[in-house]
Design a protein around this ligand. Structure first.
Ligand code: BGP
Length: 477
C-alpha cells in the first residue's frame, strides 16, 4: 500500500540535538535560554525579558539543556551511519539560523556554519538519505528577539529571507524539500518559541501574535517565490501542528464547537495553501478588536506563492465540547483538551490514537488536494536501558498501529509521500527540555542533568523499523 519510493525516515531539530551552542561562530539562539521543566510541572514556554537577559549572560550551560543537545554537532557521522543501518530514505532536520547569521541582522553569513551543514549533507548523500529541511524550527538568533521583539517587526521578513536564500543558494542541488517554519501555528500558542515575541514588550499580545504570524506568512511566501523562480523542481511545504479533536457527544452544540476548533486548527495551512486568510481568522480578529498591517502587496504575495506540499506533526488527539470547562483535561503537543475515555495515554498524558492519523490525513487531503508528508509522529515515554538495549515493545506497538493507519489513508486515496518518525534518536524534549522523555530508536546515555557517556544504544524498535522500511511498510510484526 505504500508507494515504491516512499520516504521512510526520522526527524529531529537542530536545537534539540546539536549542542555546540557557542562553537564555530554560532550566536545565542532562543533555544539556549530555556531551563528544564518536567513531566509534573509541564513544559517551559515563557520567559520574561529579565529572565532572557539573565540566561543570555549565564555561562553555566548545564542549566539550559538545549545548549548541549546530544552533541550531534560532533557525532553526526556515527549517528547518520546508524540511521543508514535502519535503511532511512530521508532525514527531516533543521538548520540552526544562528549558526549561519549569529545575530540575525548581519549582512554576511558565518562561513563555518555553512561548512558544518555542507559536511552533514555530504554524509547523508554518502548513505543515500534524502534531506528534508526546516529553516526555522523553534529557534532564531536571540539578538533578533532583544533588538526587534522577533517577528512583530516587519524587518524580520528581510532577515529571514537573507538567511533562507543563502541556504537554498548553497544547497539547491542537494535539497529538494524545504519547510519554512516548524508548526507555524506555534506563534499563536507559544509566541516566544514560535516567533521570538517577548510578551511584556507588546502593548496588545493578541494583536502582536497575529501580526508576527502575518510577517511569517509573507516571508514564507517570498521564499517560495524565490525558489519557484530560481530553482524550479524544488518543493516548498508548509508545516503545522495537527491538533485533531473529536466532539464529546453527538449533541449539536458539541459538534458546532468541534467544527469551530477544527477550522481554527486548519487556518494556518489554509493561508499557505489557498494564499488568503480564512473567514475564521477574520472573525477572530474582529472579536479580539485586532486590525493587522496587511498591505495590498502582502495579499498579492500570499496569493501568488502558495506551497507545493502539506506537512504536519501528529502525536495524539483530544476531545472538545461546548461546556468544556468542567471536563477532565489532558495535553497533546502544544494544546490542552478533554480526555478521551477510549484512548490510552503516554506518561506525559498524550492520548495514543492511531486512527486519528488516518482521520487527519483524509481530512487534510480532502481540504487541500496537495501531496501529504507526515513530518512528525512519535511516542515520548520512559525507556530503561537493559543490557545495552531497550525492550521498547510499546514503541513498536505505537509505530505499527500508526503506520497501519497511514497505509489505510493511502488506500483511501491520500497521496502520502513520506513519514519521518519524530525523535529518531533520543533528544532534548521541545517542551520540557528533558532527556527522560525518550522518543528514539536509539537510546542516548545522558540524563536530565546532562550526566552520562552520550553513548548510543539501538533499541528493539531500531531493528523493527529496519524491517518495516526494508519491506516498504509490509513487515510490521
Ligand atoms: C513538536 C515539535 C518537535 C518535538 C515534538 C515533541 O511540537 O515540532 O520539536 O519536540 O513536538 O514534543 P516534546 O519534545 O515536547 O515531547
Amino acid at each position: 500500500m505504500f508507494p515504491k519510493n516512499f520516504l521512510w525516515g526520522g526527524a529531529f531539530a537542530a536545537n534539540q540535538v546539536e549542542g555546540a551552542y557557542d562553537e564555530d561562530g554560532k550566536g545565542l539562539s532562543t533555544a539556549d535560554i530555556f531551563p528544564r521543566g518536567d513531566r509534573k510541572s509541564g513544559g517551559v514556554f515563557k520567559r520574561n525579558y529579565e529572565q532572557i537577559i539573565e540566561a543570555s549572560k549565564d555561562k553555566d550551560a548545564s542549566l539550559y539543556p538545549k545548549r548541549r543537545g546530544i552533541d550531534f554537532y560532533h557525532r553526526y557521522k556515527d549517528d547518520i551511519a546508524l540511521f543508514a543501518q535502519m535503511g532511512f530514505k530521508a532525514l527531516r532536520f533543521s538548520f540552526s539560523w544562528s549558526r549561519i547569521f549569529p545575530n540575525g541582522d548581519e549582512e554576511k553569513p558565518n562561513e563555518k556554519g555553512i561548512a558544518f551543514y555542507k559536511d552533514l549533507i555530504g554524509e547523508l548523500k554518502k548513505h543515500d538519505i534524502t534531506p528534508i529541511i526546516t529553516l526555522s524550527h523553534f529557534e532564531m538568533p536571540l539578538h533578533l528577539v532583544l533588538e526587534y521583539n522577533g517577528w512583530t517587526d516587519r524587518k524580520m521578513i528581510g532577515f529571514f529571507l537573507r538567511y533562507a536564500k543563502t541556504m537554498v543558494d548553497v544547497f539547491h542541488d542537494d535539497i529538494k524539500y524545504w519547510i519554512t517554519f516548524n508548526e507555524i501555528d506555534a506563534t499563536l500558542h507559544i509566541p516566544l518559541i514560535g516567533a521570538g515575541l517577548i510578551e511584556e514588550k507588546t502593548d496588545d499580545l493578541e494583536q502582536s501574535k497575529y501580526q508576527a504570524l502575518h510577517h511569517q506568512f509573507v516571508a514564507s511566501s517570498l521564499f517560495t517565490e524565490y525558489v519557484h523562480k530560481n530553482y524550479p523542481g524544488l518543493m516548498v511545504g508548509c508545516m503545522s501542528t495537527k491538533n485533531l479533536k473529536y466532539p464529546a457527544t453527538c449533541k449539536p452544540e458539541d459538534c458546532m464547537q468541534w467544527l469551530k476548533e477544527t477550522q481554527m486548527d486548519c487556518a494556518c495551512t489554509d493561508v499557505q495553501v489557498f494564499g488568503e486568510y480564512p473567514y475564521v481568522f477574520k472573525k477572530m480578529w474582529e472579536e479580539k478588536g485586532i486590525t493587522l498591517d496587511i498591505s495590498k502587496e502582502d495579499e498579492v504575495i500570499l496569493k501568488e506563492n502558495t506551497v507545493d506540499f502539506v506537512s504536519f506533526s501528529y502525536y495524539a488527539s483530544l476531545v472538545t465540547s461546548a461546556e468544556g470547562s468542567k471536563k477532565e483535561k489532558t495535553s497533546a503537543n502544544l494544546l490542552v483538551g478533554e480526555k478521551n475515555p477510549y484512548l490510552k495515554q503516554t506518561p506525559w498524558g498524550w492520548q495514543i490514537d492511531p486512527v486519528g492519523l488516518r482521520f487527519s490525513l483524509n481530512q487534510m487531503y480532502d481540504r487541500y488536494k496537495l501531496p501529504m508528508f507526515v513530518a512528525e509522529n512519535g511516542m515520548g515515554t520512559i525507556d530503561v536501558l537493559d543490557h545495552e538495549t531497550v525492550n521498547d515493545d510499546y514503541r513498536i506497538d505505537y509505530l505499527r498501529s500508526h503506520i497501519q493507519e497511514m497505509g489505510k489513508a493511502i488506500e483511501d486515496g491520500v497521496p502520502v509521500f513520506g513519514y519521518t518518525y519524530w525523535g529518531c534518536i533520543d533528544c532534548i524534549s521541545a517542551s520540557t527540555s528533558e532527556m527522560s522523555k525518550r522518543y528514539g530508536f536509539i537510546y542516548v546515555d545522558q540524563d536530565d542533568e546532562g550526566k552520562g557517556t552520550l553513548k548510543r544504544y539501538p533499541k528493539k524498535s531500531f531493528y523493527w523499523y529496519k524491517k518495516a522500511i526494508a519491506s516498504n511498510g509490509k513487515d510490521l510484526y
